[in-house]
Ligand binder design. Structure first.
Ligand code: DAH
Length: 346
């Protein structure tokens, strides 16, 4: 029994030593909790030791019981101390692990913006909507009647040549060469009063150079009512040019020829770069911006409108041209190049 008692005490001493080492080495609270279960839990070493007391002789039981209780208390306080130390260490280093810079300003996402052609179209729409014009649209794939015939464009006209227009293979249809066919389509569907602008893409086989691409954009205008005169056309062109380019531009209206207008006129604005004196980007101080005229009586008839009762004017302008003039862009191809260095300027 002597030996048993001695080894029992030694066991407890050994237990305290190894518990101290393990608790001191525990890196975190989860490891400590596992140690607490292993040492003091229901199935732990201490519980087994205390339970074993019952089988000891009565004279040894009290001393060994007291020693076992001391050991249990010691382990408990070691666990508590280590838990506190770990918590203190965590708080001490929290500043390095969990910080945020409240002065940090994140880079704002770059906002997109409208393409210069969209900007100019938005201006044109706003200018005409103020005087009662609506926007009308037509198809980009057209037939011969709307693109040519109804507009008095005769069979021998060069625009009808396959060298100048894109025809669809195995079909009489073509990509519209101008927005003027929208005039016909709109007249066929509406009786006067008519006040519309018709913007959109048009296609020509012209060689591409700084001023011509095979796809570009036009905006068509049509105004038909009783008693519409050439002076109304002139006033509208002046209003449009002044609104878009500013009051200091001079406006020149000259005679021209288009098969679908009679009489026909062209409009030019004074060059914004040289102020009208003449420079490299203008023809003697002027820049042509649109074709126009009084709608030909036969064109009215082709659209189902009685020329004895109604008259009107029409005009057609190149949107790229308007944007080049307004924003001083030298090369038409810049509109299609997708070069952000160009696009970011607008
Ligand atoms: N359609 C013509 C072109 O593409 C432009 C034009 C001229 C339109 C006179 C018109 C107009 O409405 O009256 O060259």
């Amino acid at each position: 029994m002597q030996g048993g008692q001695a080894s029992g005490t030694a066991d407890l001493d050994q237990l305290v030593r190894s518990a101290r080492e393990q608790i001191a080495a525990a890196p975190d609270e989860a490891t400590l909790e596992q140690l607490r279960i292993d040492l003091l839990g229901k199935k732990g070493v201490m519980t087994a030791t205390l339970r074993g007391l019952g089988s000891l002789p009565a004279d040894q039981r009290a001393a060994r019981g007291a020693r076992a209780n001391d050991v249990k208390n010691e382990i408990e306080s070691m666990l508590t101390a280590r838990t506190g130390a770990l918590a203190d260490a965590r708080l001490e280093t929290i500043g390095e692990r969990e910080w945020m810079d409240v002065t940090f300003v994140p880079a704002l996402a770059r906002r997109g913006h409208l393409h210069p052609l969209s900007l100019i179209l938005r201006d044109v729409k706003a200018i005409f909507s103020r005087i009662g014009y609506e926007v009308a649209l037509g198809p980009e794939v057209e037939d011969d009647f709307h693109n040519f015939e109804a507009l008095n464009i005769p069979a021998e006209h060069p625009a009808r040549d396959t060298m100048d227009s894109f025809y669809l293979e195995g079909s009489p249809l073509l990509l519209r060469t101008h927005t003027s066919p929208v005039q016909i389509r709109y007249m066929q569907a509406h009786q006067p009063p008519i006040r519309i602008i018709a913007p959109g893409a048009v296609y020509r086989r012209d060689a591409t150079d700084p001023y011509h691409g095979s796809q570009f954009h036009q905006v068509e205008g049509l105004c038909i009512d009783e008693d519409i005169r050439f002076s109304d056309l002139k006033g509208t062109i002046e209003y449009f040019c002044r609104s878009l380019f500013g009051a200091d531009r001079r406006i020149r209206i000259t005679g021209d020829h288009f098969p679908f207008t009679e009489p026909s006129a062209g409009a030019a604005v004074s060059c914004g770069i040289c102020g009208g004196a003449g420079c490299r980007s203008c023809k003697g101080g002027w820049l042509e911006i649109l074709g126009s005229g009084m709608v030909h009586p036969q064109v009215l008839r082709n659209g189902g409108i009685d020329p004895a009762r109604f008259s009107g004017f029409a005009f057609g302008a190149g949107l790229e041209r308007l944007a080049m003039l307004k924003y001083k862009i030298a090369d038409l191809r810049a509109f299609l190049d997708d070069d952000v260095r160009f696009l970011r300027q607008f």
